[in-house]
Ligand binder design. Structure first.
Ligand SMILES: *Cc1c(COP(=O)(O)O)cnc(C)c1O
Length: 393
């Protein structure tokens, strides 16, 4: 079994590049050059330097003693929450801004739903002194005011998407329209392991620093590189792809994906894509996707803005279909309880996205000597109001 994207960007049945003809030159330029650029010594050097000095990597692999005792297994947390900007997303935006520079681009566009990817993009554009335009649904702009303010402080221009449902998919349409109109000077930074080839593979490679570090960190702590399980929440699937990457070919390492069930998988308000989705095309790739019988994309729901996405990256659809990954879905309520548990047991306030991964212990029992690594994808500062409302704090 192969878990790498092939020449055309397929992971088994999923992936590819389903794009309008007018976007072809942009995507083709990136496809023919991304691997060569990523392998240039000057690129590798600058990427690693920035990950170290700007992002603060390596992020610790923390043995969570009290959490381990509670669940009677050995739990390590990969602390992506300690990165600059508070989540894993910056690993990818640093990588892509460096690719953009090598391609000679001087203008960056992005789309954002919750605003997290917009902030990570605005951050690296400020770092490099490059113009940044972020498309965001008009409704999301109202819902995510603090992140809009952050992007503006960082010098980005936030343009509202006023069509359709005025949310993420409409912002995506606007970004694609912009890219078609500005093919020469503009790079489009996609924020998860989704999009037309080569994006899923490129984003996965940038995020694979997570599992690269886990291997040597675990070797130091446990005397072996491979855990028994790696666990991550999945929105589009970038923190998960990075956490799994170096373990994909080792069947002794169990791969666990946690999706957002929202108010329940069958409630009509959910984002459990692997269970509810059917094959379709979203954001330029073929993947599992929540859709109506007519193939219209269904509006997803999750209490966690970062998991509120109707599709899942093509690698994850492949892991699901082949059975290489074990997929679970966690409700809003269970995620919130698991998040609060981590606060009380370890003194760490997790992002609600990451809380979904932590809720795995309700659904799966591990052996006492299992080594279980959970990706703590982000910190909970951005979610304080949601925690306050939920628990009436
Ligand atoms: C955006 C986000 C996610 C979901 O995105 P993936 O691409 O699935 O990783 C998860 N956790 C946090 C903290 C996020 O900001």
């Amino acid at each position: 079994m192969n878990y790498q994207a092939d020449e055309k960007g397929y992971y088994g049945d999923f992936g590819g590049a389903y794009i309008p003809e007018m976007l072809y030159p942009n995507v083709e330029e990136l496809r023919t050059k991304y691997l060569e650029i990523m392998n240039e010594p000057s690129f590798v050097e600058e990427f690693n330097q920035l990950l170290k000095d700007y992002v603060g990597r390596p992020s610790p692999l923390y043995y969570a003693k009290r959490l381990s005792e509670k669940h009677n297994t050995k739990v390590y947390l990969k602390r992506e929450d300690l990165n600059h900007t508070g989540a894993h997303k910056v690993n990818n935006t640093i990588g892509q801004i460096l690719v953009a520079k090598k391609l000679g681009k001087n203008r960056i566009i992005a789309e954002t739903g919750a605003g997290q990817h917009g902030v990570a993009t605005a951050t690296v554009c400020a770092l490099m002194g490059i113009e940044c335009i972020v498309y965001m649904g008009e409704i999301d702009i109202k819902r995510q005011a603090p992140n809009v303010a952050r992007m503006k402080m960082l010098g980005a221009k936030v343009i509202p998407a006023t069509s359709g449902s005025k949310t993420l998919k409409d912002a995506t349409n606007e970004a694609i329209r912009d890219w078609i109109n500005n093919p020469v000077d503009t790079h489009y930074i996609i924020g998860s392991a989704i999009g037309p080839h080569p994006y899923p593979d490129m984003v996965t490679r940038f995020q694979s620093i997570i599992s690269e570090e886990i291997k040597w960190q675990l070797k130091e702590k446990e005397g072996k590189e491979d855990p028994d399980y790696v666990i991550a929440c999945i929105g589009g699937g970038s923190n998960a792809a990075g956490t799994y990457y170096h373990f994909l070919d080792n069947p002794d390492v169990g791969i666990i994906a946690v999706e957002a069930a929202g108010k329940g998988v069958n409630s009509g308000e959910s984002a459990a894509t692997s269970q509810l989705g059917k094959e379709g095309v979203i954001h330029g790739c073929k993947t599992l996707l929540m859709q109506t019988d007519d193939g219209q994309i269904t509006e997803p729901y999750s209490i966690s803005a970062g998991l509120d996405y109707p599709g899942v990256g093509p690698l994850h659809s492949h892991l699901y279909r082949t059975g290489r990954g074990e997929f679970f879905s966690v409700t809003d309520d269970d995620a919130m309880i698991a998040g609060l548990e981590l606060c009380k047991l370890e003194g760490i306030i997790p992002a609600i996205e990451s809380s979904h991964a932590l809720a795995i212990f309700n659904q799966k029992k591990f052996n006492p000597d299992d080594i279980v690594v959970i990706s703590l994808s982000g910190r909970g500062d951005k979610d304080l109001n949601t925690y306050i409302d939920h628990f009436k704090l």
